[in-house]
Design a protein around this ligand. Sequence first.
Ligand SMILES: [Zn+2]
Length: 598
Amino acid sequence: MENRRNIGRMKRKLMFGVTLMMALVILLLVRLAVIMLVESEYYGQRAKELHERERPIKAARGRIISEDGTVLASNKTVCTISVVHAQITDPERVIELGMDREKVSKSVNKVSSMERIKTNVTKEVGDAIREYGLDGVKVDEDSRRYYPFGNLASKVIGFTGSDNQGIIGLEVRYEEELAGKAGQILTMTDAGGIELKEEGESRIEPVNGDDLIISLDYNIQTYAQQAAYKAYEAKQAKRVSIIVMNPQDGKIYAMVNVPEYNLNAPYTLTEEYSYMTVTEKNDNGEDVTRTISKDELTNEQKMDLLNTMWRNFCINDTYEPGSTFKMITATAALEKGVVSLNDSFYCKGSLTIGGRTIRCHKTAGHGSQTFAETLMNSCNPAFITWGSRVGAEDFFAYMKKLGLLGRTGVDLPGEAGTIIHKLENVGEVELATMSFGQSFQITPLQLLRAASAIINGGTLITPHFAVRTVNEAGETTKVFEYETVENAVSKETGGLMKQLLEKVVSEGGGKRCYIEGYRIGGKTATSQKLPRGSGKYIASFIGFAPADDPQVIAMCIIDEPQGIYYGGTIAAPVIREVFENILPYLGIEQEVVEFSNE
Ligand SMILES: [Zn+2]
């Protein structure tokens, strides 16, 4: 009995031992399989790392500099601190470098070829660490993009990503010129990670990016941005844009889109974009609007807001220009010879066309007007008449000649194009509304280019920023050239238009842009936003000086102003303020005012 019991116990012990061994073997096999199948790449990589160490040398990104010499986008040196385990002789002192002690300690004790312990350290701290001369500690310098003026021209300049690559604006448009080419250092090490000095190191030098010189003028941009913010606040507007350009060659001196954002923190939503209003259906199927605060936004919603915050409304969006477009209609009518300065038009406050009554903004009517006065008064019925004399086909042909059916070719990404009826669908009513700038959409920059062609002697220019690139040695490496098309408008018509538009400012709807001693031309507009009847408006003004020989053209667009919303009342003074500052700066002298005896 005793024996049989012992045998039974031994059997059970044996069985237990065999089972345990089998389990262990299976575990080992599984682990081996994982190593072979899954981790082999990792171990292979590590084995190689132990023999060859490759460190990239980043190329310095070229700067963006205004033609007046102001650096608008620059680089700041930052350091990355790394430790090489095998080379550390005094681990305690390395750990005491004073950064995140726990993290550093872990990195120091980790057997690996190289561990980064801190990035984005200032150059001062990096230099100080290098001074200690600790074995196994490496300080690598790197450069990060830095914008000295924060939000100045943010929607033009754009910004770069984590690898210093351009993401938006001029930064991405001129990536090729600015980026340069990275170099590398290749060092050989033994299996313990010690650099093999006798093998030497091979080094491929980086090629730094070129500096980009742009036409944007620091002072003009600053003046324009200040004027835009002033109007933005005074009118509690949704946004305010200003473009200042040379109408002769298309050099853009300023492009403002207020509110701007901080280029040094482009992923931080500014106050204006820190919430979102959404319309949702409630349980009864009714639309309910709800405001979502910054903290409740989903990632997708935050990205939508960022994209809106980054938008450049001068080129990324289209709008109905309204009455500033009357300068195009007047030009077309003069070019075709269907009106003369002696023509007169009687406005009784409205005009019925194609069975539809279109009212003049002066409901009592303008009465009898000369052609010049119809432009000064911005009389809708008169312009419907001038437009119908041109006819739909030629109306489109003149729009095309003035570049209004295509993109301007400005050197910024994401330029929007014209939204317009197909010519075959344009009836009397469509042509009538187009004649005073409605029922089609263009970008502000498209209109400014067309206006430039009218006043510069007939040349359709390409609005642009990039002027040239310069290498580290200060040599010009590239001069940018832009397409121009001659004879978009005859000199005769252009000359007449300059006179007529000067009268708009000296005596007509644009008189709030008048500056004593200066000859200024211009046109106002007040457009109703779509859908019509929403009570939302866009007030705008285009002005140029000197009226007889224009050296500068500027445009102001106030989107959704509160209270008074007329372009002549609120947008024209913004351009006057800009001109008062920049005309003397551009060397445009006040002319001697001649007093007549009358
Ligand atoms: Zn009228």
